[in-house]
Design a protein around this ligand. Structure first.
Ligand code: ZN
Length: 300
């Protein structure tokens, strides 16, 4: 009798409430995956993300709320390639039965090479986890997320496939626009100094060389002597553009610009989207912002 009563109750729920209840619950590890999952899932999914906008996915400490979120999810979408070292323990402790989908499945992993810009968690020979920075790879991510949603919720397969096709077409156009933005800049001029360590796939895909500042820690603010070394390096290697995120002193940036003639770039976004009011609220806007910033610095 109780069962019959419940069935009768659900039958008289408004259609919108029934759809709400039927949504596929998806958890992603960081904001870029949230954006991909939202584009593929559309109104058939409820996507939450563990590391939100402007957060650092490399060094995240999960909360008890996160375990709850994963326990309630049907699908967990992760980057893989060692990005979320904190995740396996979280999934295990949550007791979740969710499927864990690895969005980078099938991409060619890039090895970090000697002399590259290195951060605390990556040594030469280790795998670079920032696969999404090449738009061709982003298409692989989206195809994997589509397939995972279709498997988790076959009833809505047609919607996931249609949404993915539409979004993949936008990524195709984005890739074309990135190449177009760089087309008039000779490859030998596509050289920037950067403290960012996240652009290896981007650099490889679009023939841009990211040079690490010599003898300068990427973790701390460079000293006046470090800046003098960078100036020498820019002159010697004829580097046209400089992006130093950890230099907050505008006088040092002006000094670099006036002594070298190099263009000082703005902010490049790598591992996290911004909120709606920021410069990179979606993956597509992030890539467009980065390429605009780099191309305009190199074109000067
Ligand atoms: Zn990173």
């Amino acid at each position: 009798m109780l069962c019959a009563g419940l069935t009768a109750a659900s039958a008289i729920l408004p259609a919108s409430a029934q759809q709400q209840a039927a949504k596929l619950k998806v958890v992603t590890t960081f904001s870029i995956l949230r954006d991909f999952a939202g584009n593929v899932g559309g109104d058939r999914v409820e996507v939450t993300t563990l590391v939100g906008s402007n957060g650092d996915v490399h060094v995240y400490t999960p909360t008890t709320g996160d375990a709850e979120m994963i326990r309630n999810a049907r699908l967990v979408v992760i980057n893989g390639l060692g990005l979320e070292g904190w995740l396996p323990r979280l999934v295990k402790s949550s007791g979740s039965n969710a499927t864990v989908a690895v969005a980078t499945h099938g991409i060619v992993p890039r090895k970090v090479t000697v002399g590259e810009i290195l951060s605390r968690d990556r040594g030469a020979g280790s795998v670079d986890p920032h696969g999404w920075q090449s738009v061709a790879n982003a298409k692989v991510y989206v195809a994997n997320i589509r397939d995972a949603m279709v498997a988790a919720d076959p009833a809505d397969a047609a919607t996931y496939k249609a949404n993915a096709s539409a979004y993949l077409a936008k990524l195709e156009a984005l890739d074309h626009d990135v190449r177009q933005a760089l087309a008039s800049i000779p490859v030998q001029r596509r050289m920037v100094i950067s403290t960012h360590d996240a652009f290896g796939y981007f650099a490889a895909a679009y023939d841009i060389t990211f040079v690490a500042p010599e003898g300068v820690s990427t973790e701390t603010e460079p000293s006046a002597r470090d800046i003098a070394t960078i100036i020498t390096q820019i002159k010697k290697e004829k580097i046209p553009a400089v992006f130093l995120e950890n230099v907050s002193d505008p006088r040092l940036m002006r000094q670099i610009a006036s002594e070298t003639g190099a263009a000082i770039g703005g902010t490049l976004y790598s591992d996290s989207l911004t909120d709606e009011k920021g410069e990179a609220p979606s993956y597509i806007e992030m890539v467009r912002h980065n390429i605009r910033t780099i191309a305009s610095a190199l074109a000067n």
